[in-house]
Every structure is written in structure tokens, then in C-alpha cells.
Design a protein around this ligand. Structure first.
Ligand SMILES: C[S@@+](CC[C@H](N)C(=O)[O-])C[C@H]1O[C@@H](n2cnc3c(N)ncnc32)[C@H](O)[C@@H]1O
Length: 207
């Protein structure tokens, strides 16, 4: 049995919850002529809302796409998400299609290094030769069964979104250095690094 495996209902003491994590996306801009793919684009569709323009959204979960639709987020933004249902580790996309790929707290759901590597290899493959990857994610070191980060995301136009992203069970540990190594193995060059514990932002170039 793994050290974090439970044989009883989950309790508050099994959860590491980090509150009041502010992610400021008010200055996030990507030129309108660049093709953007957001990986794990459903739910609150934070990247789409931040950019306020047409994007391609890869999402594995139909229910997450439905949440975006039910919230009327495309109408609110006044632009379209071109949905692609599929797996970030095996994207149903051609090589070198996008100028920018974004991943907003999606890598954590790949869990182990092998699956994160598959995802970043795919991000590299679908980017054009001078493409850029923007990656936000948590450093997760807890020994508890469940990790939850509660984010307050600041968007342009004085908007804000409150979301909680959580993950439980084995193989949820994730580190900044580990992610940089995985990205380097995929072929990426690190362009920018910002650490706002417990989350980090990394920007990588394809060359
Ligand atoms: C924490 S959410 C990302 C942020 C979310 N787009 C938002 O704006 O709130 C992670 C998203 O990645 C999706 N996801 C998880 N595993 C995936 C996979 N293997 N392939 C594609 N999407 C995946 C989840 O369904 C979820 O919508």
C-alpha cells in the first residue's frame, strides 16, 4: 500500500489546502495574428478570458467544455473557442500549427514524469519553429492525500475569477526544477521564469 493511500473516508487533515494564491493575468497579451492553443481549456477557460480573443482549446473532458458553454463564456468574451476534444499527451493535431501554446495548471493532471514528458513533447511538436510555450503550474510537495490550491485570478478589465484546482492520490508531486528538465528534454529553451510559491510561471521557446 502506498504511503498516502487511504482506507477510510477523506478528512480535513488529509488535505493540504493553500488559500489566497493570486495569479495576475491582467497584462497577458498575445498578438491577435498569432494562433494560440490552450491545453486543458475547459472549465473557467481562464486563458481565453484573459486574452479576450479567438483561441483553439484542447480539452479531454466533455463536461469541462460544457461548463464553459453553460457559463456563456464565449458570449461574454465575444470570441470563439475552437474546441478540439483530445488528450494532451497525444494531441489530434498536425505538427507546427501554433505560434503559442498555453497550459494553465494542466500539467499537474498528467501526474508522473512520463506523462508530463508526453504532454510537453506534444506541445513542442504542434508549435511552429519559433513558437512559445507559456506554462503555469504548482509546486506540489505535500505528503497529504490531497492538494488543493485556491486561486484568485486577476483578469483585464477589473475582472477576477476564483477557482480551486486540486489533485489527490499517488504521484501528484511536482517541482519547478522537474518541469524545467522535462521541457528541456522535449527540446525547449527556457526564456522566462517567475516563482510565486506555490505556483510558477515558465515561458519556453522552441529554439
Ligand atoms: C485545472 S484545469 C485548467 C484550467 C482551466 N482551463 C480553467 O480555466 O479553469 C485542467 C484542465 O485540463 C483538462 N485535462 C486534464 N487532463 C487532460 C488531458 N490528458 N488532456 C487534455 N486535457 C486534460 C481538465 O479536464 C481540465 O479542464
Amino acid at each position: 500500500m502506498g504511503r498516502a493511500e487511504l482506507t477510510r473516508p477523506i478528512q480535513a487533515s488529509d488535505v493540504e489546502e493553500i488559500k489566497n494564491i493570486v495569479v495576475d493575468l491582467r497584462d497577458l497579451t498575445i498578438s491577435a495574428e498569432l494562433e494560440v492553443l490552450d491545453v486543458g481549456a475547459g472549465g473557467e477557460s481562464v486563458i481565453f478570458r484573459s486574452l479576450g480573443r479567438e483561441i483553439y482549446g484542447l480539452e479531454s473532458a466533455e463536461e469541462e467544455m460544457n461548463i464553459t458553454r453553460e457559463k456563456g463564456i464565449e458570449d461574454i468574451v465575444g470570441a470563439k473557442i475552437h474546441w478540439i476534444q483530445g488528450d494532451a499527451r497525444e494531441m489530434p493535431l498536425d505538427d507546427r500549427q501554433f505560434d503559442v501554446v498555453t497550459s494553465f495548471f494542466t500539467c499537474m493532471y498528467m501526474r508522473d514524469t512520463e506523462n508530463k514528458q508526453k504532454m510537453l513533447n506534444e506541445c513542442y511538436r504542434v508549435l511552429k519553429a519559433d513558437g512559445v510555450l507559456y506554462l503555469w503550474d504548482f509546486s506540489i510537495t505535500t505528503l497529504k492525500q490531497v492538494f488543493v490550491g485556491k486561486l484568485e485570478i486577476l483578469l483585464p478589465g477589473d475582472q477576477a475569477v476564483s477557482v480551486s484546482y486540486g489533485i489527490g492520490g499517488e504521484e501528484k508531486e511536482q517541482s519547478l526544477e522537474g518541469m524545467k528538465e522535462i521541457a528541456a528534454n522535449a527540446g525547449f529553451t527556457l526564456l522566462q521564469e517567475e516563482v510565486n510559491s506555490p505556483y510558477f510561471f515558465l515561458k519556453f521557446g522552441k529554439k
